[in-house]
Design a protein around this ligand. Structure first.
Ligand code: F6R
Length: 592
């Protein structure tokens, strides 16, 4: 999982533009950065670490030439070092390649190429590509055909950008199972892993499909299939402004995105009519199966509670990476719903390809034109806008909004859609009071372990609160169904252990409160999320993150997650961690 960019400009130097573009992709990986430009030779600068650190060390934009390619890396093969940073070159240093994806048969190809005399400089799977291209070009083939022939030998996933000094005014890009888009500006042409990278330069975008190749040169952009035949592609006008992809005055993308959540819910509510239409197209459904990973999995769990309680429709939630073990239980009466903010998660795409063989499929996705949207039968868009912070926030509440609208239309409970319109205000109230949560975060920032508990619809909220804490503070947080604590984990509760309890008013309230009393009796520090008017909960809690007392249990998940996101965010900031780029993680996980 990495980010790639390529550009051809008229007279401007390419390196500063490439650097600016690739910075917008740092959410895809930040182990290392590299840029290659082509003038009379291939010029390369690359370095380990985040872009800002690398820039200070080696001055990345100081390269000649008005065309080139760039890369940010999230390591899969070969540890993050300068030598493993992209671009990678062939033996003659005339060809440079940036790659996002995995070459599954690289070991075999590498041995074969070494036997043929090629010398490798890195431990990456990617490096086989420039050597294969070199082999074909040295036999007299042009760059485009050499890339095509090389890819015939490669098994795996890729989005590639390739340059060669033998064809100095050309970039060849190609995709299979990794995202790649093309930007067509005025006399300047781009390719990139994602739209925010190029939005400052053009809003005219072409989405490439698997097996499509793009050739960028000074005269424009040509898209071809793998037989070399030209394909006409639609140009999409992107409505996101570059500002929407920037920090907008906040310290981090994550806090900006937390603040954008009321708007994200409002915008997603505009999808209600489209969702109603999709519901009318469903066949005969006897079972629903949600499939997702991480935060999207937690949104799916809320879907299960809704579908089962509103319709009595049997609903399962399966982790995408585990789906293949349940695939045989799907049939034409199962609706399989995939939840994915990126639409590019490898585990989810694999499961989608399997499920569509037997069942009707629906994806709920945030990224327009992403792979999942082209594979599923039905698509619902969450209108969260670009999410740059690695930890999902506004895409999560938008996913929940879609799931609620879907459940409302399927169960004919349209009053729920009306109730959803009140949610943005509940969220804004929490955001207006964020200093209170910041102060609670300061108290607990040095604690090593947390428990998060909730029942029913609040159980997924507890899981998501714990995940946010783990991801961006590196503190151990464990989410449990509140009633499950006594079956084992209670042994870990001791003096001062913090337990975050999600306790909205409603059916589960009294039982969760009993669980709160159980942990208090064993010395736990209780931090609760509940109604600000709940005097009993207040008396049982050391700290209360108060919510509007009007919020019903059924509507609680969308707004009740906000204080837990803020709690994790402020602990992260207090600990001096960059919440936008937690270690070992990346925004879009395109490996299985
Ligand atoms: C957590 C997070 C991840 C993603 C997961 C699935 O904050 O962002 O757990 O939710 O990797 O990603 P998508 O939704 O893009 O399929």
């Amino acid at each position: 999982m990495c980010g790639i960019v390529g550009c051809i400009l008229k007279d401007e130097k390419a390196a500063p533009v490439l650097l600016d573009c690739v910075k917008k992709l740092e959410y895809r990986g930040y182990d290392s950065i590299g840029i290659a430009t082509s003038s009379s030779k291939i010029n390369i600068k690359k370095e380990k670490g985040k872009i800002s650190e690398a820039e200070k060390k080696v001055g990345l934009s100081d390269l000649p030439g008005n065309m080139g390619i760039a890369h940010v890396r999230w390591a899969t093969h070969g540890i993050p070092t300068r030598k493993n940073a992209h671009p990678h070159t062939d033996c003659t240093e005339k060809i440079a390649v940036v790659h996002n994806g995995i070459i599954e048969n690289y070991n075999e190809l590498k041995h074969q190429l070494i036997e043929e005399g090629h010398i490798f400089k890195s431990d990456t799977d990617t490096e086989v590509i420039p050597h294969l291209i070199e082999k074909y070009m040295s036999n007299g083939m042009d760059l485009e055909s050499s890339v095509r022939n090389s890819l015939d030998q490669i098994h795996g996933s890729y989005a590639l950008a390739v340059i060669s000094t033998d064809e100095p005014e050309k970039i060849v890009g190609v995709r299979k199972e990794s995202p790649l888009i093309v930007g067509k500006g005025e006399g300047k042409y781009f390719l990139a892993s994602d739209v925010p990278a190029i939005l400052k330069h053009t809003d005219n975008v072409i989405y490439l499909e698997d097996g499509e190749m793009v050739i960028l040169d000074k005269s424009g952009v040509t898209v071809k299939n793998m037989l070399g035949e030209i394909i006409e592609k639609e140009i999409h006008i992107i409505e996101w402004t570059p500002d929407m992809a920037e920090k907008g005055g906040f310290d981090h993308f994550m806090i900006k995105e937390i603040h954008e959540q009321p708007g994200a819910v409002r915008d997603t509510l505009l999808e209600s009519q489209d969702i109603e239409k999709i519901v009318s197209e469903f066949g005969d459904i006897e079972r629903i199966c949600f499939v997702a990973c991480g935060t999207s999995y937690h949104a799916s769990l809320i879907g299960k509670y809704l579908f089962e309680s509103l319709m009595g429709l049997p609903t399962d939630v399966i982790l995408a990476s585990e789906f293949k073990y349940s695939a045989k239980a799907m049939n034409d009466k199962t609706l399989v719903i995939f939840i994915s903010q990126s639409g590019e998660t490898a585990d989810t795409l694999k499961a989608l390809r399997m499920a569509k063989k037997t069942s009707e499929t629906l994806v709920v996705v945030n990224v327009l034109g992403s792979t999942a949207t082209r594979e599923a039968k039905h698509v619902i868009y969450t209108r969260a806008g670009p999410e740059i912070g690695v930890a999902a926030t506004k895409t999560y509440v938008s996913q929940l909004t879609c799931i609620y609208i879907l459940a409302a239309h399927m169960s004919n409970r349209l009053d729920l859609v009306d109730d959803l319109h009140k949610v943005p205000q509940y969220m804004s109230d929490v955001l207006a009071n964020e200093e209170h949560i910041h102060n609670i975060a300061k108290k607990y920032k040095d604690v090593p372990d947390f428990f998060f508990i909730g029942r029913g619809l609040s159980y997924p909220t507890a899981l998501e609160g714990a995940l946010k804490l783990k991801e961006i503070t590196y503190i151990h947080g464990e989410g449990y169904a509140a009633g499950e604590l006594k079956h084992g984990p209670l042994a870990l509760i001791d003096d001062g252990v913090p337990v975050v309890a999600v306790v909205p008013p409603g059916n589960s309230h009294d039982k969760t409160l009993s669980n709160v009393e159980e942990v208090r009796a064993r010395g736990a520090h209780v931090i609760s999320v509940g109604s600000q008017d709940d005097e009993i909960l207040k008396s049982e809690s050391h700290d209360l993150m108060g919510m509007d007392g009007e919020i019903d249990e059924i509507m609680s998940p969308i707004s009740y997650i906000v204080p837990l996101q803020l709690f994790a965010y402020y602990i992260s900031v207090e600990k001096g961690i960059d919440p936008d780029k937690p270690k070992n993680l990346a925004k879009c996980v395109t490996v299985e």
